[in-house]
Design a protein. Structure first.
Lengths: 269, 291
């Protein structure tokens, strides 16, 4: 029963998302900017193809970021505001199934968007590369991996947003909390690298320990960034990808468990 | 409805008039073209996440447009000294954000060597880039050129050209590497390098080019060894190469395959009139690549 309820809710969430006009506009803007990439990439002196790949990956990343934050933060909160949650939970559906359904609906939308944006991007990249072929040919498999790991990254971010949404009674904590976690998670690897360097002498041992603890607690979003491999056609570190994917699965599962647990404890009036 | 339509027409006409005034005003308004300060790469990395490649490219484009504005002076622009320091720092920041960015290296090479005279700093950036763009022969080629032409450091030039030759297997770089190794008194390194390149080469023309250079360097090395023997035997260096033949240290002065003649310069270094470049004397030289 739980499985089918989760799937049903995921399907409903996806349908609602596909009808969302804000996302239609975002997707339209994304596609439009993608079409301008071959022209923009001509600004480069020596790396037209590389600039085209840089731009398409940037556009995909920005679209997925906005979608993940909007969908992840608003889904539960909006349902509660519209008293939709009370009606759904009046049915024989557990709260865990409800949270998971919301998550899988959002995750499926992000995956679909990545796929379509990736397809359009490939055509755009091929066009840009045909204008000025680069020293290194485009590695399409590497590009596909880069887009796939982007979708993993933003699915994880959507899970974080859902956790905040399950805890919070207002709209502010989910939105600003998710953005803060995204920024901190994107910078944590750089901070860790800085701490490990010889430049740091003045920082106290306690500060270093706290920073290290945060590094392990926060999601490490830079692990999902394969831009440099896709842009410059570098060989992919396959073991690293396996670790990153395993990290994504485990971290997302933990976040979902916490979200389901906190939502189960929550009083809905 | 009629009033609204009239109001719209009036506003559109007013817009046309104002926009033409505004355009004229904007064209004449003094423009201060400034590049300004770019924050450090470490700080930018913390806030830009996976957008750092875009930020690097944007920084480079900003510098390129600024550099273009220095040469393309507009009549209404306010003259200010070129911000070369900020330009270089911005390029440096872009390279730190994206060490693979070829635009950054290319621009640094184009703008900061001829115009600004900072070949040493450019070579520092290029050497950094070589750690990342390990397949790209352009970076060692640029660095080799800077070392040879601007910095007058034949040993560094030889090292960079050798790297460019190994990456590209281009005959020009191989010959340049061998030539600068010779200039830097490193003929003993140039000879095995050329032998290795001859072994690797499958093209007969390429092999012939390398072989000619090898023969020239081997000839120069044989003369150099003769000079060392002369010095051991007589306690001083010979004044002319003929002394080596007269004293029977050498049976004859080797011929230069490029068509020149070997001689001793004022520092007793073996030189050739060909400068290790083909000289068409009509006797010794025969072009390997037919015109």
């Amino acid at each position: 029963m739980r499985k089918s309820a989760t799937l049903l809710l995921a399907q409903i969430t996806l349908r609602a998302t596909l009808r969302d006009r804000v996302l239609h506009m975002l997707l339209g803007a994304g596609f439009f900017i993608l079409l301008l990439v071959p022209a923009f990439s001509l600004f480069s002196m020596r790396q037209v193809q590389e600039l085209a790949i840089t731009l398409v990956l940037s556009i995909i990343s920005l679209f997925l970021l906005v979608s993940a934050v909007l969908l992840g933060t608003s889904s539960i909160w909006r349902d509660i505001e519209c008293h939709y949650t009370a009606s759904v939970l009046g049915l024989p559906i557990s709260r865990t199934a409800y949270v998971l359904g919301k998550f899988f609906g959002t995750a499926f939308f992000l995956s679909l968007s990545s796929f379509f944006l990736g397809m359009v991007s490939s055509a755009v990249m091929a066009l840009a590369a045909a204008q000025y072929p680069a020293q290194q040919p485009i590695l399409w498999g590497t590009f596909a991996y880069a887009v796939f790991f982007y979708s993993c990254k933003y699915i994880l971010l959507a899970a974080v947003a859902l956790l905040f949404s399950a805890i919070s009674t207002s709209f502010f904590l989910p939105v600003f909390g998710t953005i803060a976690i995204f920024m901190a998670g994107s910078a944590s690897q750089e901070v860790m690298a800085y701490l490990s360097s010889d430049k740091v002498v003045q920082l106290s041992a306690v500060s270093k320990s706290v920073t290290k603890a945060l590094y392990y607690i926060l999601p490490n979003f830079s692990a999902f960034d394969l831009n440099v491999y896709a842009i410059y056609s570098l060989p992919l570190p396959l073991f690293g990808l396996a670790y990153t994917f395993a990290y994504f699965l485990v971290y997302t599962a933990i976040i979902l468990l916490l979200a389901a647990w906190s939502f189960a404890k929550r009083e809905l009036t | 409805m009629k009033i609204k339509a009239l109001a719209l027409i009036f506003l559109l006409l007013a817009y046309v008039v104002i926009v033409s005034w505004l355009t004229r005003y904007m064209e004449q308004r003094p423009v201060a073209i400034k590049l300004g300060y770019t924050p450090s790469a470490s700080a930018l990395k913390l806030v830009c996440g996976d957008q750092r490649h875009v930020l690097a490219e944007w920084s480079i484009l900003k510098v390129i447009f600024y550099f273009g504005s220095l040469t393309d002076k507009r009549p209404n622009s306010i003259a200010s000294p070129p911000e070369y320091y900020n330009m270089f720092k911005t390029v440096e920041t872009a390279i730190e954000l994206d060490p693979y960015n070829m635009d950054a290296y290319y621009f640094a090479q184009a703008a900061f060597t001829w115009e600004v005279g900072h070949a040493q700093d450019v070579n520092r950036l290029l050497s950094y880039g070589m750690r990342f763009r390990t397949w790209d022969y352009y970076l060692p080629y640029f660095a080799g050129f800077n070392a040879a032409y601007f910095l007058k450091k034949p040993q560094d030039a030889a090292m960079y050209f050798k790297k460019a030759a190994e990456l590209s297997r281009n005959t020009l770089f191989t010959n340049l590497a061998a030539r600068y190794l010779y200039e830097a008194d490193q003929t003993q390194i140039a000879i095995p390098f050329l032998i290795m390149m001859i072994d690797k080469s499958t093209d007969t023309t390429e092999k012939a080019l390398y072989t000619r250079r090898l023969e020239a360097l081997q000839a120069a090395q044989a003369i150099q060894k003769g000079i060392e023997q002369f010095e051991i035997k007589y306690g001083n260096k010979p004044v002319t190469l003929q002394e080596l033949v007269i004293t029977k240290i050498l049976s004859e002065i080797p011929t230069d395959p490029y068509g020149g003649t070997f001689y001793l310069d004022d520092k007793s270094k073996v030189r050739t009139t060909s400068k290790l470049a083909p000289v068409n004397t009509g006797q010794n030289y025969s072009p390997i690549i037919k015109p």
